[in-house]
Design a protein around this ligand. Structure first.
Ligand code: SF4
Ligand code: SF4
Length: 196
């Protein structure tokens, strides 16, 4: 990882002597992740992550975790879904609750449109989803086998030149200022959709 760039991705959205709203922090983190993702894709047009590639959304090792600001944005997108989409999402949440009582993952995200292979709430997806496929933590890269194979094919020099989102630092910045819960824990705050 490029240390200087990782630091900039994790950089603080604070203002001297002032508090930063969760919304502003989220916008800054969104923009920084998008800049790194854009840079990776421009420098390597064959990068495997693309619309319709949904294996990662179908094989979650753990439920997406997010801060209160991320949840507020996501909740708005969920509440704006049409009735049929919301019904399918609720069915996915029920299945997820059931699986949680049983064995550990991998699990399918209930927000995935499995027919289209697309996220139903793409514009409001959590930070972890924005960076997955392009990120690293101290304990390892956050991507699937397809990306791993692609990076390996770049060889040692190509790998060293690769920029990545420092996801651990992003998480730490959110956790320092907001409550963080997993998707099902936040879901409990969502009123049931109107019947009909
Ligand atoms: S991380 Fe893997 S499965 Fe997810 S979009 Fe990228 S290539 Fe596809
Ligand atoms: S919120 Fe969207 S991008 Fe994130 S895991 Fe679920 S379907 Fe995939």
């Amino acid at each position: 990882m490029d240390g200087e760039h990782a630091a900039s991705v994790a950089g603080c959205a604070s203002e001297p002597g002032g508090r930063v709203s969760g919304t502003l922090r989220l916008a800054v983190l969104d923009a920084r992740i998008a800049a790194t993702v854009g840079q990776i894709k421009r420098s390597d047009p064959g990068w495997p992550c693309c619309a319709g590639c949904d294996d990662c959304c179908r094989s979650l090792a753990e439920l997406p975790r997010m801060g209160a600001s991320e949840w507020a944005r996501l909740r708005g997108a969920i509440e704006a879904l049409d009735a049929e989409a919301r019904r399918r999402v609720e069915a996915g949440v029920a299945a997820l609750r059931e699986s949680r009582r049983g064995e550990a993952g991998p699990r399918t995200c209930p927000l995935l449109d499995g027919d289209a292979g697309l996220c139903r709430v793409y514009a409001a997806r959590p930070l972890a989803c924005r960076s997955y496929g392009f990120a690293a933590t101290r304990s390892g890269d956050l991507w699937c086998g397809k990306v791993e194979a692609h990076v390996e094919a770049r060889g040692p020099e190509g790998r060293r030149a690769l920029m990545q989102v420092n996801h651990q630092a992003v998480e730490a910045q959110v956790e320092a200022s907001e409550e963080v819960r997993d998707l099902l824990a936040w879901w409990a705050e969502l009123p049931a959709p109107a019947a009909g």
